[in-house]
Write a protein that binds this ligand. Sequence first.
Ligand SMILES: [Fe+2]
Length: 200
Amino acid sequence: MSLMRIIGGSFVSFVENFSHRRLRSCTSLGRSNYHPECEQLINKQINLELGAAYFYCSLQHYYDRDDVGLPGFSTFFKHEAREELTHAQKLMQFQRERGGDLKLQDINAPLHRDWSHCESIAESLKVEKTITESLEKIAETADLNKDYYTNDFIISRFLPSQYKDIKFLASLLARIQMAEGNVGVLLIDQELARRKIIDK
Ligand SMILES: [Fe+2]
């Protein structure tokens, strides 16, 4: 091997190492057993949770409009929005604790400005199912890569309340389908206003 080739090779690897370090300049020195795929999925999850908060916030204000006038629904969605925001914050904190790189992305605007009651609850159910599938994917990926802390964090701190929310929204949708267009919606509104809020 010629001297020029050795020098050339060293130079190329120096440039590659330098660029690599620049690209990974955000990587924490304290990072331990945190799989890059989990890190990426956590960033995606933060975006989903913030998107859900944005969506619920839009419904909170839709039901508070003077031409809609359902304060129970408005309060219900206000608490849902706050819960999603709390989830996003927990995941952001987790990303930092694990030495991950927090990458925030654009949040999509809600589909509509006006909703039927069935549409708003059906869309909420869809949002919660999407969030749950995404959480399950993180837990599965963490398990496959022996990232036990991420796996436990998602399973113990997020999934139980997701399944409860899905059940609640599914039964709420069934009742709203019965009540849509008549006075029964007012009874559901009162029920939602009285609903006990448990911080999850
Ligand atoms: Fe959530």
